[in-house]
Each structure stands twice: as structure tokens, then as C-alpha cells.
Design a protein around this ligand. Structure first.
Ligand code: ATP
Length: 724
């Protein structure tokens, strides 16, 4: 079956028909029935092929059409085992897909209309030229009808046989017919002439013209030679030819994967339009996986004779590892226009709902959930990493209950629009900026710890799942979403002084912060183990990888084995594919997404709206209010650290017990501290040690230590002063 020669006007209808027929065909069978039958029916003398068999009865009783069955005793699959096809085809049940299909059909119709409209003068000239011959044909035909020329051969036979009686009967019949027909012809002629005369007299001039044109057209139509149709067929020369099973099979076979031979590739569903492209569901031969095809995307594109940016193979693990969903777009995705963000002009966002992030190659929106998650972005420079961070930052900004801590450690000012709404903000590559970001992670770790206690204290009915919800966030008890962004985080984690501790803090926040509304968004252009701690890359829940150079970087961002499974951000092209990346963790399977693009003026406009919302809600804090940033120097955090490590249930604790616990909590800061150092650090805060006795091996041992009440009183006073 050669689909390429099909009338393009029939495409939509063929597709509709194919989609609707799916429900009635055997188990949602293939487009090319002949081919499918051949593959399912081995030659008479060959043993039954291994593999899936279709035991459903064929609608047609013709033995030639029957489906081969491995073992006739095998019971037919029950209805439950069969996969149900959706009642409505995808394009009809999804508003976006419906719009795409309608746009495509309207485009086709507009093209055909324009095509014929442009040729209408040619058609008019052809009709006029053919009109005399048409007139001659009509007059000649009428003459032959009146003269009953049909009967002439019969009369000739009577003459040849010299059958006088038959001849006389025939001529009598003919004379009667001719008289009647001549009368009819004269009357029709007279009425016709009278009708035309009335029309000429009683109707305006334009009707005469229309009448003349219609007459010429009718005569021209009648005068058309049998081998020269009037209209030229509107062959729609789209850049995207229709995808057929033959083309897909040829391209897959050309990959040269061992064990993939002709006739072994089957199509469990018809190839249909899906958004602005074609979708083919393919069952690969046994032992070949969708990943095997995905890792050969470039060669597949060559086999399909399509640009690389049009060819998007994916797996469908819901079915099985050998199910390939091949989507071939009409347009190269890299050449598509920048995607505007839906909330760019108006609207607010609830951060407990996913943030619209970008579109997949089929044009469907993909959103990224933030609450309960952390996000890691990675790519080579200039591939759109910062732009994608901006999309999520803008989503967080448009929720006035979200607290933003924004760090951009390149000094490019890409995130500057968010400064007026950020509780903490820094932009720079110098040591101060990096230490500021490191302080943020220290503070954030403490904030996570504070939140664990705060959430625990909430009544069970308010917090049944022990995690922050919108309802809890709205209570303004310090459990609102907190989004901490660190762009170019390699400059922080690879910093010789603060990097190691920052990495540990980030890992802690990622592991514990999720349930408490703390969201860490990290972006790096150097994904290696020195610049991205494995504790971070291994635990992050959502990953977005734009173009990277090699397998190691790919797997650092997308997770171990991603490359092996065909999830390869290495196939994106430098610069051309800016904004295009693999998103993992936000959707059921990793998917390609082109992110929405927010340029600086749009980002500033979004941030201005976000500022107005925060002012109205009274949620601006910290840097946004011009407050001096909180530093996490050891003396300032010591009190909180003591509270964090205090042995539960103990009212008084020895200094050496506390220094040991502090060193475990934060080795960079407290390792090697003796009780004397602790005493020296606490003295300026008004906390003096006292003697605490303990019974050890039956003897009382007295050492210097601290009273918990004393520590909590000083902390409460400090907090009161801060809020004042
Ligand atoms: N979603 C997108 N759609 C279209 N073009 C994009 C998109 N994202 C980025 N680009 C293009 O790529 C360019 C680089 O983007 P961006 O500055 O975000 O890259 P980057 O990876 O952060 O670079 P660097 O690592 O050097 O900071 C942009 O100026 C823009 O032209």
C-alpha cells in the first residue's frame, strides 16, 4: 500500500476512519492488514513462530484470512486480559490535540481552496475552449435520440436476413418513436427558448452573464475529453510526508540491530496524527528494546529521511520494554518558535500545583511539581539552563505565600528580576557571594530542622500525612513553601573553603526538606563529582538535562543508567537545541521538553506582579525589605546547633558531651572543639557553665556543663529581639 500517492484531502478522513475502526478491529490491529496477516501466518510447512499470537476470531470466515494460532487448545484471552482501546480517539478526547488536529485539517482545506482558486482562470479558459465540442456532442446526441439510431443495427440485421416482416415491424416502431421524440424535442426547444426569453426580459444583467457562464461551463463539462480532467489535483507538498508502516519498518531495519528482520516489526495500533506530527506504536522484535532504538536516534532520523529535530522515539513501559512509540513531527523542534509561558502576562500560581514548564515534542504542556520535590538542572553553557531555572522561579514568584532564596553564582544578573521579592538574594562569583550562598544552605538546614519540630507539634487532624499542605501553609505558622535556588552551583560546591559543608547541607536539605515545604533548585554547567556531590545528584527527585557532552555528565544529571537506557541528552545539538532537554522525575517516564522562554523584560514583568501580590499579602521578608542578611557564623548559629544536638530528655549536659555532638553535626566548624572553647563561645552570650555531677561506676563525677533552660531562654530572647 503506497500511502504517499494518496489524495491528501482524504488524509483526515482516512485518519478518522482508522481511529474509529480501531475499536472494532481485532485487539486494535494494524494499518496494513495484508502485511500483518503475512507476519502472523507462517508458511504451511514452517513450525509455529514463537511470540505473541492473536487468538481472537477473525470477522471474516475465509480460511485464507484466518489468524494463525499456536495451540488450538489455548483458551482465547478473556475480555479482562485484553487491553481496552479508548472509546474516543486521543485527538478527540484531549482539547489540545483536538485543536492541533483541527488546525491541521483547516490548513489542508485552506491550502486546497487556495490552490484551486489560483487556477480558476485556467479552469474557465479550459471550459470555454471545450464548450463548442460540448455543444456539438449535446446536439448530436439529441439528434441520435430523436432518430432512434439505437435501433439501426437491429434493422440492418433484418435487411441482411431479408426478413421483411421483422423489418416492417421494426420500422413501424421506429416511425412511432421518432414522431413522439420529435414532438418532445420541438416542445422542449420551444419551452427552452421561451424560458430563456423570459429570463432575458425579466432578470437583471448579471443573471444573463451568470446564465451564459453556467451554459458555457455545462457545455465545456460535456465537451471534456475522457483523458483530460478539468482540475489539476491539489497535491499538497507539505514538508512532512505522511508516516506509513513501510517507512517506519524500512528505517528501523536500516538501524542494523541484530535480531531485527523483515516482517518481525508489528504495529499494534494504526499510525495516526498526534499533535503536529505522526505517531506510530511499534512492537519491536523479541529482545529488542525501545532503548536500543532511542540510542540510535540520529540513524533513525536518517532512515526516516527526516531532520533529527523531528524524530522522537520513546518507550512505553506500561506495555512492555519492546513497545516503541515513535513520534515524527512535521517541523524540526529546534526551528519552532520560542514558547511563551502561560502565566507570563496574567495570573497567579499555587505552588502546591505543578508549574507549567514547557511543551513536549507533541506540543503538550508538561508541568513540574515543586512541593515535595527538589530539582537539578544541568547542561553545557549556553543551552538554556538559566532560562529554564527562570521558569520555575517565576512559578514560585507568582505564589505570594512562597519564600524565595535566590542565588546566582555567575554574576550575570540573570535572576536579578527576583531580587525585590527574595528573602535572601545574591548574584556574583566572588568569595563573598559564594559564602553568602553557603550561609543560606546552613540556615536552610536549620530551617528544615525547625520545621520538623513545628510540623510534629501540629494536631493530627490538621496534618494527617505529616507533610506540609496548602492548608497548613496558609496558616502562617512558618510552614509555607520555601524555594531556594542556586544557579551555577558548581561554584559553591567546588569552593575550597565552604564547598564541602555546602554539599553536606544540600544533601541534608534534599533528603529531609521535601516533606516540610523546602524546595532546593540547583543548576550546574559542570556536572562532575567535584562540582556536584554524589549525595546531591543521587537524591534529587526531578532532573532536567539540556545538552551535555558525554555519558558521565548525562548520568550525573539524569541518574545512573540513564544513558544506557537511551535517555541521552548528548543527542541534542549545541546551541541549535537550546531549551530542549530530557525531564526525568516529573512525568511517568523521562520525556523531552522544550522549555517556555521568559526573556528579561517578561521576567521583570512577572516579578513586578509577584511583588504586588506579596505586598498585598504582607509576605515580603528579609532582603526584599532591605534587612541585613543573617550570617551563619559559628557564634550566631551555635545556640541553634546546641538545641539541635541536645540529648532528648536531659535537662543538664556536660560540655564534652555537647562538643562531641556538635563535631558530628558540623565537623567543618566544631571538629576539635574542647569544652573550654565552647565555654569561650558561650560566655559573650551570657551563658556560663556550672558543675554537673553524674554517677559513673558507683562514683560521683563532677564536670562543667550547661543547663538546657538557660540555652532556651537566651534563644527565646534573641528571637524576640530579631522580630522586634
Ligand atoms: N526555551 C528556550 N527556547 C528557545 N531558546 C532558548 C530557550 N532557552 C534558552 N534559549 C536560547 O539559549 C540562549 C542561552 O540561554 P541561557 O542563558 O539560559 O543558557 P545557560 O545554559 O544558562 O548558559 P550559561 O551556562 O552560559 O549561563 C538564550 O539566550 C536563548 O537564545
Amino acid at each position: 500500500m503506497n500511502h504517499e500517492n494518496h489524495d491528501p484531502n482524504d488524509d483526515l478522513f482516512a485518519r478518522l476512519e482508522a481511529d474509529l475502526n480501531t475499536d472494532f478491529s481485532i485487539g486494535g490491529e494494524v494499518v496494513d492488514l495484508d502485511k500483518a496477516r503475512t507476519t502472523r501466518r507462517p508458511a504451511d510447512d514452517t513450525p509455529p513462530a514463537a511470540g505473541p499470537v492473536d487468538t481472537a476470531p477473525d470477522e471474516d470466515d475465509d480460511p485464507e484470512e484466518s489468524v494463525y494460532v499456536d495451540d488450538p487448545d489455548t483458551p482465547a484471552p478473556t475480555a479482562v486480559e485484553r487491553r481496552r482501546e479508548p472509546i474516543l480517539p486521543k485527538w478527540a478526547s484531549n482539547a489540545e490535540q483536538f485543536k492541533a488536529a483541527a488546525r491541521w485539517a483547516a490548513g489542508q482545506a485552506a491550502y486546497v481552496t487556495a490552490f484551486h482558486a489560483a487556477r480558476s482562470p485556467l479552469y474557465a479558459a479550459r471550459l470555454t475552449a471545450r464548450a463548442p465540442r460540448g455543444a456539438a456532442r449535446i446536439v448530436g446526441g439529441a439528434g441520435r435520440w430523436v432518430a432512434d439510431s439505437q435501433g439501426a443495427p437491429m434493422r440492418a440485421v433484418a435487411v441482411r436476413k431479408e426478413d421483411a416482416e421483422l423489418y416492417l415491424r421494426l420500422t413501424r416502431q421506429r416511425d412511432a418513436k421518432v414522431r413522439l421524440r420529435a414532438l418532445i424535442a420541438v416542445l422542449a426547444g420551444a419551452f427552452g427558448i421561451a424560458f430563456v426569453a423570459v429570463l432575458l426580459v425579466m432578470t437583471p444583467g448579471w443573471t444573463h452573464l451568470a446564465l451564459a457562464a453556467a451554459t458555457v461551463a455545462a457545455l465545456g463539462w460535456a465537451g471534456a475529453p475522457a483523458d483530460a480532467p478539468l482540475v489539476t489535483r491539489a497535491v499538497v507538498k507539505t514538508k512532512a510526508p505522511r508516516l506509513t508502516s513501510d517507512i517506519v519498518e524500512r528505517a528501523l531495519l536500516a538501524l542494523g540491530i541484530g535480531g531485527m528482520g523483515k516482517g518481525e516489526i508489528t504495529f499494534p495500533a494504526p499510525i495516526t496524527r498526534d499533535g503536529p506530527g505522526w505517531r506510530a506504536d511499534v512492537d519491536l522484535p523479541h529482545g529488542v528494546t525501545a532503548g536500543d532504538i532511542m540510542e540510535r536516534r540520529k540513524r533513525l532520523a536518517s532512515g526516516l529521511r527526516r531532520p533529527l529535530g523531528c524524530v522522537w522515539p520513546e518507550g512505553n513501559a506500561d506495555e512492555h520494554e519492546g513497545r516503541l512509540v515513535l513520534w515524527v513531527g512535521d517541523k524540526d523542534l529546534s526551528k519552532a518558535e520560542k514558547i511563551p509561558w502561560p502565566l507570563a502576562q496574567t495570573g497567579r500560581h499555587d505552588l502546591f500545583k505543578p508549574v507549567p514548564f514547557g511543551r513536549n515534542p507533541r506540543g503538550q504542556w508538561v508541568a513540574v511539581p515543586l512541593v515535595q520535590h527538589n530539582v537539578l538542572f544541568g547542561s553545557q553553557p549556553g543551552q538554556g539552563k538559566t532560562s529554564s531555572v527562570r521558569v520555575l522561579a517565576a512559578g514560585a514568584a507568582l505564589d505570594p505565600t512562597a519564600e524565595m532564596w535566590t542565588h546566582e553564582l555567575k554574576g550575570s544578573g540573570d535572576l536579578d528580576p527576583f531580587e525585590p521579592i527574595s528573602h535572601r538574594f545574591v548574584s556574583g562569583i566572588d568569595d563573598d557571594s559564594i559564602e553568602y550562598a553557603a550561609d543560606s544552605l546552613t540556615l536552610l538546614r536549620k530551617e528544615v530542622m525547625r520545621r520538623t519540630g513545628a510540623l510534629k507539634k501540629l494536631p493530627r487532624d490538621l496534618c494527617p500525612d505529616k507533610r506540609v499542605t496548602r492548608e497548613i501553609a496558609d496558616k502562617r505558622i512558618g510552614l509555607h513553601p520555601l524555594v531556594c535556588i542556586v544557579d551555577e552551583c558548581q561554584n559553591l560546591f567546588a569552593h575550597p573553603k565552604v564547598g564541602k559543608q555546602a554539599g553536606e547541607n544540600a544533601e541534608f536539605i534534599i533528603k529531609i526538606g521535601r516533606a516540610f515545604g523546602v524546595i532546593l533548585i540547583l543548576a550546574t554547567q559542570r556536572p562532575d563529582k567535584d562540582s556536584l556531590p554524589t549525595g546531591v545528584s543521587g537524591n534529587v527527585s526531578i532532573r532536567f538535562c539540556l545538552r551535555v557532552a558525554g555519558q558521565v555528565e548525562n548520568d550525573m544529571i539524569l541518574g545512573t543508567s540513564a544513558y544506557k537506557n537511551g535517555i541521552r541528552a548528548t543527542t541534542f545539538r549545541p546551541e541549535v537545541d537550546a531549551g530542549l532537554g530530557y525531564l526525568a522525575g516529573a512525568t511517568a517516564t523521562p520525556t523531552v521538553v522544550k522549555t517556555a522562554y521568559l526573556d528579561t523584560p517578561v521576567t521583570e514583568a512577572v516579578a513586578a506582579r509577584a511583588l504586588a501580590m506579596r505586598k498585598a499579602a504582607g509576605t515580603l521578608t528579609g532582603h526584599a525589605l532591605g534587612e541585613v542578611p543573617e550570617r551563619s557564623d559559628p557564634h550566631a548559629t551555635l545556640l541553634d546547633d546546641l538545641e539541635a544536638v541536645w540529648p532528648s530528655g536531659e535537662a543538664r549536659v556536660w560540655g564534652e558531651t555537647l562538643t562531641a555532638a556538635l563535631a558530628t553535626l558540623r565537623p567543618d566548624t566544631y571538629a576539635g572543639w574542647a569544652p573550654e572553647q565552647l565555654a569561650a563561645a558561650l560566655r559573650p552570650l551570657g551563658i556560663e557553665p556550672g558543675q554537673i555531677g553524674r554517677r559513673i561506676d558507683g562514683k560521683t563525677v563532677n564536670r562543667r556543663g550547661y543547663d538546657r533552660d538557660h540555652i532556651t531562654t537566651v534563644i527565646a530572647e534573641r528571637d524576640r529581639n530579631r522580630s522586634a
